[in-house]
Design a binder for this molecule. Structure first.
Ligand SMILES: *Cc1c(COP(=O)(O)O)cnc(C)c1O
Length: 228
């Protein structure tokens, strides 16, 4: 087996184990392969191994790979910070956006979503660790933002996303993910998606209800950002 197929097998084993440990159906946890900085060839290889969903952070890089891979039925997720001048291309070229954290961006995505495409699936990014992380709305801002986004015509609000501060302390991992789940439940909107958990903390995320785990390093190996 290739390294990618080996890594995929190992990740699926971790997801299955974590799901079973919390009495969840492993099929209720979806794998989002985070392919930023990785070549189209690696995406194609994972697709042959059965992966369908890919997450990208950098718009131009993603568009280039989408063109190269246009013959494959892939589902593309945008997971990086969003500037206003990028919303049109994101609305046109992605199926999901996990990193919406303000209404202005959501309004532009809805306005710019082509009407011949299904509504764009949206997760609202919430800053659950406080401190100085720049991305994500605050828990206090979330209810009003969620109500407003749910009302936009060309978006489908699916759930919440978080990137907690990295920590090796399982109790702290669990607390951050539990917070996101509780915020989602408190909204009372019947949202079905919780995008939380990365290579180092997917077990805690799954125990706390993750429906998407976003996995980069453990699948593709360490990222090399080069000199760009
Ligand atoms: C890069 C990235 C990931 C993947 O992180 P790994 O630790 O490499 O698994 C997940 N989510 C977001 C938003 C990212 O930017």
């Amino acid at each position: 087996m290739s390294t990618l197929a080996d890594n995929l097998h190992a990740i699926r084993t971790r997801i299955d184990g974590a799901a079973k440990a919390s009495h969840r159906d492993p099929a209720s946890v979806q794998l989002l392969a985070v392919s930023k900085t990785k070549p189209a060839s690696a995406i194609a290889e994972l697709h042959r191994a059965g992966v369908r969903d890919f997450g990208e952070n950098y718009l131009q890089e993603a568009l280039t790979k989408q063109t190269e891979l246009s013959d494959l039925p892939l589902i593309w997720h945008f997971i990086g910070p969003i500037q206003s001048n990028k919303t049109k291309a994101i609305a046109e070229h992605f199926d999901w956006v996990h990193s919406v954290d303000r209404l202005k961006i959501a309004q532009r995505l809805s306005d710019q979503r082509p009407t011949d495409l299904p509504p764009l699936n949206i997760c609202l990014q919430v800053n659950v660790s406080g401190e100085d992380s720049k991305s994500g709305c605050t828990p206090e801002q979330l209810p009003a933002l969620a109500q407003a986004v749910a009302a936009l015509p060309n978006l489908r609000l699916r759930g919440l996303m978080a990137i907690p501060e990295p920590t090796d302390d399982p109790a702290a991992q669990h607390a951050a993910f539990a917070r996101l789940r509780q915020l989602q439940e408190a909204l009372g909107l019947g949202l079905d998606s919780l995008s939380m958990g990365m290579s180092h903390d997917l077990e805690a995320a799954i125990a706390q209800g993750a429906t998407w785990v976003r996995i980069g390093t453990a699948l593709f190996g360490a990222r090399d950002y080069g000199h760009a």
